[in-house]
Design a protein around this ligand. Structure first.
Ligand SMILES: [Zn+2]
Length: 364
């Protein structure tokens, strides 16, 4: 019997054979997929043969989430990195970090996906419907989900802003300071944010609305931190004829606001007229700390955690506040159920994190 899900592969599975011993959820999943088969075409799709006999031997041979839906392979990567982060916290030997270790360790251990028809292709796709997230700031899974949710919201909201301010233009601004010791990150971030506030209070500050995000990368020396700000700013069309700021002027203004004795590195890019500011959303609402930087070094992560505790990652200013205030909120929907109102539910599949295998496997 050939089954197909999400347009990625077919599973050959004799569900009636006596020697096959599928567990109930598996059987349910396959029956569900079988019923779907009637409505899908089977052309030009790679085939994956899953032997039911092997499947009953160990969890290693259970269906993986990444087999069922290759695009969800990324869950394995983030979840394996979460185990590393949990391990760093656990080995720190401090109560403060032990709590984080437990929370991150039990984050998203189990995922439930609804099977939703993909109307354009007549196929089923997996849509996350239930999971328990730890919400620890530097949990790789939660950081990824938070970034996805921010982006989804911004993609939804930005067209409304563009419709309300059709002639406005958009700038992408990066404001930096010199690297600091990781132990001085908190004071450096405070300094950066105060300087940015001063910048927005200057008469020459051209933006009517902005989204500001804080990013921290690891310095090239592998010890220091490089905190910087990414800003998506909305400027009136007159900015390019009156009050235009050259690159050199931006550097001078940022230096003035930082009150630094050096010229800080500053990048300004204007989005071409009529170009959609949405192209910059991934840049603005990416991770606060890159995942490779989170898992590279235990001491750096522990100090980072102490330093950025209770600091804000994203802030919205000016007229954009009334559109995007919710991006700043602490408690976000990390599952992403909001926009699904008219989707038909075709059943569900559950997967459990198998730590040793570093894979999500179908629930036995
Ligand atoms: Zn988490």
């Amino acid at each position: 019997m050939i089954l197909k899900i999400a347009g990625y592969f077919r599973i050959a599975k004799p569900i009636h054979q006596e020697d096959s011993c599928p567990s109930e959820p598996q059987q349910a999943a396959f029956l569900l997929l079988t019923s779907h088969l009637k409505r899908t075409s089977t052309s030009s799709i790679p085939t994956l043969n899953v032997s039911p006999r092997v499947k009953c031997q160990s969890s290693k041979d259970l269906l993986s989430l990444s087999d069922v839906s290759p695009k969800d392979k990324t869950w394995d990567k983030h979840r394996a990195n979460a185990d590393r982060v949990a391990g760093y916290y656990a080995s720190a030997g401090e109560n403060y970090f032990n709590r984080y270790a437990q929370r991150v360790s039990s984050c998203s251990e189990w995922l439930e996906f609804r099977l939703v028809p993909e109307l354009s292709e007549g196929l089923l796709k997996l849509k996350l419907s239930d999971a328990q997230f730890c919400r620890v700031r530097h949990c790789p899974v939660c950081q990824w989900r938070r970034s996805l949710m921010w982006k989804a919201k911004a993609y939804k909201i930005l067209p409304k802003v563009v419709a309300d301010y059709p002639k406005y233009r958009w700038l992408f601004i990066t404001l930096t300071v010199r690297n600091c010791k990781i132990e001085e990150l908190r004071t450096t971030l405070d300094w950066l944010n105060k300087a940015f506030k001063r910048l927005t209070e200057l008469k020459v500050w051209p933006a009517k609305g902005w989204v500001k995000s804080v990013e921290v990368t690891k310095g090239r020396d592998e010890i220091s931190a490089h905190p910087h700000l990414h800003i998506l700013a909305m400027v009136p069309p007159s900015y390019f004829s009156h009050g235009y700021l050259s690159q050199a002027k931006w550097v001078a203004l940022w230096q003035q606001c930082l009150r630094s004795d050096y010229q800080p590195v500053t990048y300004i890019k204007a989005i071409a007229k009529h170009h959609d500011p949405k192209v910059l959303i991934p840049e603005i609402l990416k991770y606060q700390v890159k995942e490779p930087d989170l898992i590279a070094d235990r001491e750096w992560l522990l100090e980072l955690t102490r330093q950025v505790h209770n600091t804000r990652a994203v802030a919205i200013g000016g007229v954009l506040r009334r559109y995007m205030r919710e991006l700043e909120e602490e408690h976000q929907d990390l599952i992403g159920n909001e926009q699904e109102t008219d989707e038909i539910d075709e059943g569900s599949l559950s997967f459990r994190w198998r730590r040793k295998l570093k894979k999500y496997k179908i629930e036995e």
